[in-house]
Design a protein around this ligand. Sequence first.
Ligand SMILES: NC(=O)c1ccc[n+]([C@@H]2O[C@H](COP(=O)([O-])OP(=O)(O)OC[C@H]3O[C@@H](n4cnc5c(N)ncnc54)[C@H](OP(=O)(O)O)[C@@H]3O)[C@@H](O)[C@H]2O)c1
Length: 234
Amino acid sequence: MAKYLVTGANRGLGFEFSKQLLGAAHDVWALCRDPEGADDLKELAESSAKSESSGTLTIRKGDVCDEESLKEASAGLESLDVLINNAGIIGQRETKFDDICLEQMAQVLDVNVYGTIRSTRVFLPFLKKGADKRIVNISSLMGSISDNSSGHYSGYRVSKTGVNMLTRNLGSELGELGFTVLALHPGWVQTDMGGPAAPLNATDSVRSMIRAFQAKTVADSGGFFDRFGKALPF
Ligand SMILES: NC(=O)c1ccc[n+]([C@@H]2O[C@H](COP(=O)([O-])OP(=O)(O)OC[C@H]3O[C@@H](n4cnc5c(N)ncnc54)[C@H](OP(=O)(O)O)[C@@H]3O)[C@@H](O)[C@H]2O)c1
């Protein structure tokens, strides 16, 4: 079974990835900013320890804005098969260009774009020793330039366009080493970020995403896909 590392694993899609991957007997390193307060992860660790069919769950502190914390989180890790760069924030939900707050935008870029760079940089040496060599960047259709007909959410949109570009860059740089680097759109999902009006629950979104990214190969590297694995326009 494979070894996965998930950032932002204490709630929302990150928690659901951890739960479903463990249930499929994979080992999961779940990173979160506050392991002490991560009650759902702690409960998952207890239940998975009692189940013979479950993988093992390792909970570590990891803030994608603090590279040192990611390095500390890697202590004891020997190799890694799949990195899921999931941690993200939406930031300001502005509706007018004049209202854009650059401080809030900088924070969104720090988590969503630079955070993806930090965690990929720290965990890449471990992925190089792994069998699968897969990086899954959780992006958003809101980062698609050609799909954007409504505007708003400038910080979030720019950040996810950046995640898509990083995915393409890494895909071409790491392709010859056998890496599969993907940007995935989860759909609009009921999480703290997506809100209760979202049409999709986290269980279904994550189940589809896992199936989609596991089916991709190095030939798909650098691509942007929906949760069913269908290519999306950049
Ligand atoms: N929900 C949707 O409809 C939707 C749609 C498209 C894309 N996405 C993307 O899916 C991913 C997960 O979103 P979600 O819906 O699950 O959101 P969420 O419920 O708001 O969860 C966000 C997660 O990111 C973590 N996080 C935030 N800042 C962090 C940092 N500096 N370091 C480490 N972790 C950090 C949060 O941890 P704390 O608890 O410590 O804050 C939390 O675990 C994001 O990348 C998001 O952009 C979501």
